[in-house]
Design a protein around this ligand. Sequence first.
Ligand code: NAP
Length: 290
Amino acid sequence: MISKTVLITGANGQLGSDLALEFMANGYTVISFTHVLADITNFAKMREIIDIHKPQIVINAAAYHNVDLCEANPDKAMEVNFLAPENLAKICAEKFIQFIHFSTDYVFDGEKNSPYIESDEAKPLNEYGKSKLAGEKAILEANPNALILRVSALYGVRPCRAKNGLNFVQLMLKKASENADLKVVSDEFVSPTSTESIAKITPHLAEINLHGIVHLTSEGSCSWYEFAKEIFSYSGLNPSLSEAKSSDFPGKTPRPKYSVLENARLKSIDTMQMPDWKSSLHHYLNQIKN
Ligand SMILES: NC(=O)c1ccc[n+]([C@@H]2O[C@H](COP(=O)([O-])OP(=O)(O)OC[C@H]3O[C@@H](n4cnc5c(N)ncnc54)[C@H](OP(=O)(O)O)[C@@H]3O)[C@@H](O)[C@H]2O)c1
């Protein structure tokens, strides 16, 4: 049997690298492109790359997603998170290639105070969320068969490129090792999700040819403070950790207070479920310890 070819952009990101491994493990031929080799904002180059490799699936794991940098550089955020994915979606529609893209819980304003489902109205609070929402809309307009997976608060084994290589878990562990006084917000709620858990399910979602927006996060939710507490408790660490309010950090880019996603479509169409956030975190802490 000839295996399908999947082309991944942003392939050395924490999510992109796990996706490459999982698609390979599922028998796909994987062509990985990093930023240096394929800048998704170079429209002509992306067309050329797709023409040369003729993939059956294109996955865009590239993004400009450091929230503070997006706030300072909204035009760049729009270029990378809106115009470039729109271009990829158009090329894929034209060539009947399956297109999979990743978006964020930060498209919501957090006012709902209960888990958001896919059809809830998105009203982003910051430039990052605005650029990702613009990307979602443009992709689905250009390519209604595209699949957009909204994910949240990611951590993976390989470095988070946009956050100086450190995801939240690694940052907490580093701060604890430096005996820092940690103040972590307890009034912003998320569903922390491992990139491995997303990568494991994505090939199956590709196989059933799902399209539209799908929420894909760990089950359950916590504040960033509770997340930090669980990291330390499972790791047997006892650093100086206290609760803070987001208002304690004036000038911080606005973020939704509650951006928990309900995996509503996943639950209705698939027997596969996402793991709960604590079990994924424990698995991850064991992985990085080893
Ligand atoms: N991390 C989170 O907490 C989080 C939460 C919700 C949603 N998401 C979404 O999840 C997806 C994956 O994020 P991640 O955590 O894996 O991020 P990551 O580790 O920072 O990886 C992002 C990748 O995109 C690449 N990239 C940036 N600009 C590019 C461009 N113009 N052309 C090509 N590649 C470019 C980066 O390469 P360089 O580093 O070399 O520039 C990097 O390899 C993104 O769509 C993000 O918006 C992430």
